[in-house]
Design a protein around this ligand. Structure first.
Ligand SMILES: [Zn+2]
Length: 407
């Protein structure tokens, strides 16, 4: 390793971070489960690609299961974190290591402020944009560290009282929270406005769409009368076209409200319902709501070039690397390089997108490593100056997010 590389790597490792996207479970929730390594794996996507054990303490079958995916970055990032935080090597997976790590995890979650300590002291994360989708109107949290974002999905499901979004959320819970009663279509539209105004007032720093898990993310222009007609069916004889028209209209309405309230909008793009998640689907709304800041998540993976090209074409588009480094470091490096070449480093940021702080720690360590690697290569071949490389790193790790979300 060259001395430039050593220096850049040390400086980036010490940089403080604003993490633009997490689902961090409250510590008391994890502590109440008598946690083990199973909870850490659950919070780090391991069980997206490996089968969870039928019994939580069956570490023998857990080893068998994760052995099949231990080459994945989800597993590598998670094991880096367990090694650094608990001093246990779980790569390659073994029953003894899982038992040892589990004992330490259980103890750690008994100590107060464990999650805060890992985020602040081990990962150097100063602030976290937080998407608690299991409780989108959560009242109790650590407001100094966590800045909530408001998940908009449920608002598109108001066409019937008995439907919910993919997380099980209904917009009609807001009738009670905000002391409103929805009878007519106009009442429903007022409910949306009130929810968004109230979110702003309560300190939510952005809106967040995970709609790519519910439906394709192409939202066409629909007349208000069409949406009203669908609402007035009261759920009777609804067609899938009716639902799409209603939802398209609502999404446009939310974006015009975001524009009025100055709320940036984070959009999940890529993967999810993959036939409809290509970020190119958002171009019409990006063009129309030109004063809304659109933050495209996950580098749009696998459509990383589309995301870069959309950001180059529209000044109101930002690229969020969240989740991408632990999906594919190769794709992440390619996008990092192109972001620099396209002059987009003032519009890029990073988030972990995990449920447990150990996973966040691993995702960040990995991302800082990739950032270091790509920037060093550019310094070595004389493309970037040393200081320029560090400025880019600092923008991506904290400055851009601080400006965009005003935190
Ligand atoms: Zn997420």
């Amino acid at each position: 390793m060259s001395s430039t590389h050593v220096k850049i790597s040390e400086i980036i490792a010490d940089m403080h971070v604003i993490d633009t996207h997490e689902h961090t479970y409250p510590q008391e929730l994890i502590a109440s489960r008598n946690p083990s390594i199973v909870d850490i794996f659950e919070g780090s996507y391991i069980f997206w690609i490996a089968k969870p054990p039928a019994k939580r303490d069956d570490f023998k079958s857990l080893v068998e299961s994760v052995k099949g995916i231990s080459e994945s970055t989800f597993y590598k990032a998670c094991s880096i974190a367990i090694k650094d935080i608990y001093g246990v090597n779980v790569d390659p997976p073994s029953e003894e290591a899982f038992i040892e790590a589990s004992n330490l995890i259980r103890d750690a979650y008994k100590s107060r402020n464990w999650t805060r300590r890992v985020l602040r002291e081990s990962a150097l994360i100063d602030k976290v944009l937080w998407d608690p989708y299991w409780d989108i109107w959560r009242e109790s949290f650590d407001p100094e560290l966590f800045k909530p974002v408001f998940r908009i999905n449920s608002l598109l499901f108001g066409y019937r009282r008995d439907v919910v979004d993919h997380n099980g959320n209904s917009p009609y819970v807001f009738e009670e929270y905000l002391n409103l009663k929805v009878e007519k279509f106009d009442d429903y539209m007022s409910l949306i406005d009130r929810v968004l105004e109230e979110a702003r007032r309560r300190g939510y720093v952005a809106l967040k769409s995970a709609l790519a898990y519910d439906r394709p993310i192409l939202f066409e222009e629909v007349e208000e009368d069409e949406a009203r007609r669908v609402f007035n069916k009261r759920g009777l004889g609804l067609t899938s076209r009716d639902i799409r028209l209603f939802q398209d209209f609502i999404l446009h309405h939310i974006l015009s409200k975001a524009s009025e309230l100055g709320l940036p909008v984070q959009f999940h793009t890529g993967l999810a319902l993959i036939e409809g998640s290509n970020p190119m689907n958002l171009v019409n709304v990006i063009r129309k709501y030109s004063n809304v800041k659109f933050i495209l998540f996950h580098g749009g993976y696998p459509w990383i070039r589309e995301v870069a090209a959309i950001a180059l074409s529209f000044g109101n588009v930002y690229i969020d690397f969240c989740w991408l480094p632990i999906i594919s470091p190769s794709a992440c490096k390619l996008l990092l390089k192109e972001v620099v070449e396209l002059g987009l480093s003032s519009r890029a940021m990073w988030g972990g997108d995990c449920w447990v702080v150990e996973a966040t720690y691993g995702a960040l360590k990995l991302f800082k490593g990739l950032l270091t690697e790509e920037l060093c290569k550019m310094v070595d071949r004389g493309y970037l100056k040393f200081d320029e490389a560090l400025e880019i790193a600092s923008r991506i790790l904290s400055e851009n997010a601080s400006q965009i979300f005003n935190i």
